[in-house]
Design a protein around this ligand. Structure first.
Ligand SMILES: Cc1cc2nc3c(=O)[nH]c(=O)nc-3n(C[C@H](O)[C@H](O)[C@H](O)COP(=O)(O)OP(=O)(O)OC[C@H]3O[C@@H](n4cnc5c(N)ncnc54)[C@H](O)[C@@H]3O)c2cc1C
Length: 405
């Protein structure tokens, strides 16, 4: 492994650093208080437009679709430098990270020309309409139905956990178009207008107080056949393009997430019944465990970066990072809040404990989004370690003959 930038990478990093220093302004420091949702959306749009004007969007995408045609290392360098700031970025991670690559890979050139440039400028926000109440890990079990009617399709059904659906203009939706084919074979993907008649978005309230994701109901929603992505019945293949990008997008430690240093700072200020927390063997052991996990994650990511820098693509071993990151965040935050007793509930705004409380609530979702711990462990077992595969007895049965849950 070589941890250093190549001379070309170092040049690009210097250019990015200089641009960020000149443009990030107030985002070089943390915000005084969390932004309200509409403020976050407005700030995200403004920052995306700035990046677009400077050529820092679609860094790895082909020039033909408005990208920069650079390597994944360029993207990573930009992300690393951007993540040192507090600029708002999450609004586009699903759209630009997963939906739009699916649109330009599987949509017609006309469709790509209509949607990709506006998404890159940040003018239009996208969401991913895959999960349903009975289809998450087993995505191929979705039931939202699309029926052809001349040049259009009529969609009926329900999606759930759709991040930012309430702030999105468009989405990619996977539907069942053939109930008599085996579950992976009867699916088709479409682009859908989130403001079309028959679309209803209902927010889901989270324990953190936020409302980032939604239920989405489709009642006779009409989509033109020109807005189909890929062939009829090929939706699974198209969805794999999205999921491949999802696995690359979710994985590393979230920006500014607390680590072992935060646990040390918190522990240093706590006096327990059995003496100063820092002198307790169990506390010191937890700090050491967190340090080991944090370092392991860093080195696993360095291994992936080293592969990218040599022009190779990181493989299924990328799943290791996400399994360890999410569980470590949750375990560490839970331990720190327990240690803080009642003050773990009544936290000071802006304090380390507040960060840990946020991390505790957010990490539960992180262990599910983009593949649950168990699913990622299956991937590691089957595709990294070569262990026998999970049982998939319903793979070849027509969907209409599968017993509903
Ligand atoms: C923060 C967040 C954001 C999300 N955003 C989106 C979004 O924008 N768009 C979207 O479409 N979806 C989104 N999701 C949904 C997410 O993709 C699903 O929640 C996830 O795939 C799990 O599906 P599920 O919730 O139906 O759980 P299930 O699949 O029902 O799993 C329930 C439990 O069973 C376990 N399990 C399931 N199958 C197996 C197996 N074969 N072996 C062992 N254990 C198994 C799981 O690990 C889990 O513990 C989001 C979820 C979260 C938490």
């Amino acid at each position: 492994m070589d941890f250093n930038d190549t001379p070309q990478e170092a040049d690009y990093r210097a250019q990015v650093k200089a641009w960020i220093a000149a443009n990030a302004g107030e985002y070089l420091n943390p915000p005084a208080k969390p932004w309200a949702l509409d403020d976050f959306v407005a700030r995200s749009k403004a920052w995306q437009a700035k990046k677009h004007a400077a050529g820092y969007v679609g860094i790895t995408w082909p020039k033909a679709v408005g990208g920069q045609g650079l390597s994944p290392m360029h993207q990573i360098i930009f992300n690393q430098e951007e993540s040192r700031t507090h600029v708002p970025t999450g609004l586009y991670s699903i759209g630009l990270g997963m939906c739009i690559p699916t649109v330009f890979t599987h949509g017609s050139p006309e469709v790509a020309a209509r949607y990709v440039p506006r998404a890159l400028k940040g003018e239009e926000v996208w969401c991913q309409l895959f999960s349903e109440p009975v289809a998450g890990s087993d995505l191929a079990s979705i039931r939202t139905r699309a029926v052809r009617d001349g040049d259009e399709w009529v969609i009926n059904g329900q999606k759930v956990w759709t991040s930012f659906a309430h702030k999105s203009d468009f989405g990619i939706v996977v539907c069942r178009t053939d109930f008599d084919a085996p579950k992976h074979k009867g699916l088709t993907m479409f682009i859908v207008d989130m403001h079309a008649p028959g679309m209803e978005v209902r927010g889901i309230k989270q324990m953190s107080g936020g409302s980032d994701f939604n239920e989405v109901f489709f009642t006779d929603v009409r989509v033109k056949d020109t807005h189909r992505l890929g062939d009829v019945g090929e939706g699974w293949k198209v969805a794999l393009t999205t999921l491949m990008h999802e696995r690359l997008a979710v994985g590393g430690k979230p920006r500014h997430a607390p680590g072992y240093q935060t646990l040390m700072t918190v522990a240093a200020g706590i006096e327990t019944d059995s003496g100063p927390a820092m002198e307790r063997a169990d506390v010191r052991q937890r700090i050491a465990d967190t340090y080991i996990a944090d370092e392991g994650i860093k080195l696993t990511q360095m291994r992936a970066l080293s592969a990218l820098s040599r022009g190779a693509m990181p493989g299924p071993e990328q799943s290791i990072s996400k399994v360890v990151v999410a569980k470590t965040m949750q375990d560490m935050a839970s331990f720190a809040l327990d240690l803080s007793e009642a003050s773990g509930f009544a936290v000071e705004p802006g304090s380390d404990l507040e960060k840990l409380q946020g991390s505790y609530m957010w990490s539960a979702g992180l262990r599910i989004a983009g593949g649950t711990d168990e699913i990622l462990r299956n991937i590691i077992a089957e595709r990294v370690l070569g262990l026998p595969g999970d049982l998939r007895p319903d793979k070849d049965t027509p969907f209409s003959q599968l017993k509903p849950l």
